[in-house]
Design a protein around this ligand. Sequence first.
Ligand SMILES: [Zn+2]
Length: 299
Amino acid sequence: MMKKSCFLSRTDESGLTRRMPIGLIEGATPGERITVFGGQHGTEYAGIEATMRLYREIDPADVTGTIVVSMATHEESLMNWIQFAPTYPEISDMMLEAATGSQYIINCHGGEFTELMHPYVICRLIGNEDAEALAMRMARAFGVGIVSLSTYRGEPPPDPSGKRPAWWLWPKKGLCDKLGVPEITPEVGQVGDRDDTIMYGGIINVLKELGFLEGPPVQYPEPVVIGDRWWLTAHQDGIYFPAVTVGQDVEKGANLGVVRDYFGNVLQQVTAPEDAKVMNMNIGMPVRKDGFLIWLGQL
Ligand SMILES: [Zn+2]
């Protein structure tokens, strides 16, 4: 029974060393193992707050099994305030090391500095019935009530533009696919808000649900699964003026905002393609051609 901390590290071909702070909470009673990641994207603060708090506050005497906590999975993006940072191979490799030996993975994400996010959980389906049932159980226990199902279907056909298709259509291979274990990705927190109430509460309830922590978990109803989704982008460079916010239910044809030039001319009227809920949106003023504006989910 103990807590210990260390850094994993990897040096790339150019000689740059990246590191990942890891906390290990070995419980009083032996049991299973879970890995919790925060900060794969370094301006998604709710997950970083929640994972640091987890390591700081959990008493190993109250734990069955082992909890591995990665508090700043992409330290470089955290320390340099980099949004949408790519996960370098060295970071993926350290994530694999941190998750190897675990029966469960929670990978905390959320909205970056310039993003509003309505809380939901991505639940990874890996083609293994038991793992999928466990992932759904974790998603329900997390408690935010909305789930997005995601399945790795191989690599997408090559696109002449070199761009990868939308992440929900062609998800990248995850740790769950490599390790064959259930994984959830909570998408909680937004615009630099450091309130970890939902994220921390969700993680604690999953730890109770899986038996890592004592006490009955809160029993939430089955979450709603997001059906169709609409990912709306800018037709050209401009300044975005949103007219809605996340969590809002909009009707087909509703005004979602406009893209203008500096002089007020409307370059693009953004409207809802169907009845849907606003899940995630850009609040940054500038938008680039093809840049993200807003996505809506069918619930
Ligand atoms: Zn993220």
